[in-house]
Ligand binder design. Structure first.
Ligand code: CP
Ligand code: NVA
Length: 303
């Protein structure tokens, strides 16, 4: 049995398998085929934070696969009402698979250590693996082969950026990040990025123009992630020079724009860029459904 907590725990071949299942099921869905690969299978979904894409994509994915999903919001009491070990043991008795969006990554790791069914990380403060799978699926649909191409991240070195660094490392994609010094990855995370794919060189700069030059994708995310609301004023000030706008995109005219969403238009990205023909955000968000299916099917086949 395997969990999907971070893409650094997955080999290149395993990531390719997940992406391949995702693409196959997406093509079939377009043909009107919804194969009930796992009839009656139930996914438990724990949410400690808000969600649109993650919740709906997992729920729809389970319905398409012939199963069902149960949404557990804060009133289920994760991390509050009973010890994590009890929560995990009990939920494992009742469902076939668990997805969890938690405030603290350590809680998800602890939860998974007690679970007797596969656990999927649906976003923590540390990383967001499902998002990165959907992102690469999208980029490949747009350009075919992504090997050797460059993804530029502009903004906070956050959970989404870390998962992208892991997947880029595993898939031979170059990555450059423009980030204010104090918001760069921690030394520990930089070490993990290196260990994840020795030979992968993450370029780090404070210059957004340098980062986007030669890039095939320019990616950004909110400056204030969920849970960082008390740092809002400082972050908005510090990240102001890192806005993705038309001037910045003029340095990489061939690049697509990507964002995990939700976006704050006028802050990390202008309306003009996010609504431009270069913007891949809708396809990217839609691909969460297919990436989720790839992950679910892959994990259930390992059981
Ligand atoms: N990108 C993403 O995970 O969106 P939600 O927060 O809406 O799930
Ligand atoms: N970095 C954002 C991503 C949301 C999908 C957050 O953690 O809030």
């Amino acid at each position: 049995m395997r969990h999907l907590l971070s893409l650094k725990d997955f080999s290149t071949q395993e990531i390719e398998q997940i992406l391949s299942i995702a693409l196959d099921l997406k093509i079939k869905l377009r043909q009107g085929i919804r194969e009930p690969l796992f009839p009656g299978c139930v996914l438990g979904m724990i949410f400690q934070k808000q969600s649109l894409r993650t919740r709906v994509s997992f729920e729809a994915a389970m319905a398409h696969l012939g199963g069902a999903a149960i949404f557990l919001a804060d009133d289920a009491g994760f991390g509050k009402r009973e010890p994590i070990c009890d929560f995990s043991h009990v939920l494992s008795e009742m469902v076939d698979l668990i997805m969890i969006r938690a405030k603290r990554h350590e809680d998800v790791v602890e939860f998974a250590s007690y679970a007797s069914v596969p656990v999927i990380n649906g976003l923590t403060d540390y990383c967001h693996p499902c998002q990165a799978l959907a992102d690469i699926l999208t980029w490949r649909e747009l350009v075919g082969n992504t090997t050797g191409r460059k993804l530029a991240w502009v903004g906070d070195a956050n959970n989404v950026a870390l998962s992208l660094a892991f997947i880029c490392g595993k898939l031979g994609i170059r990555m450059s990040i423009a980030v204010p010094k104090e918001y760069n990855f921690s030394d520990e995370a930089l070490q993990q990025i290196h260990d994840n794919a020795p030979g992968f060189k993450l370029e780090v700069t404070q210059d957004p123009v340098e980062a986007v030059s030669g890039a095939g994708v320019v990616y950004t995310d909110v400056w204030v992630s969920m849970g960082q609301e008390n740092e809002k004023a400082k972050r908005e000030h510090d990240f102001a020079p890192y806005q993705v706008n038309s001037e910045l995109m003029s340095h990489c005219p061939e690049a697509y724009f990507m964002h995990c969403l939700p976006a704050r238009r006028g802050f990390e990205v202008t309306d003009e860029v996010i609504s431009s023909p270069q913007s891949a955000i809708v396809q990217e968000a839609g691909n969460r459904l297919h990436a989720q299916k790839g992950a679910v099917v892959w994990l259930l086949r390992q059981k």
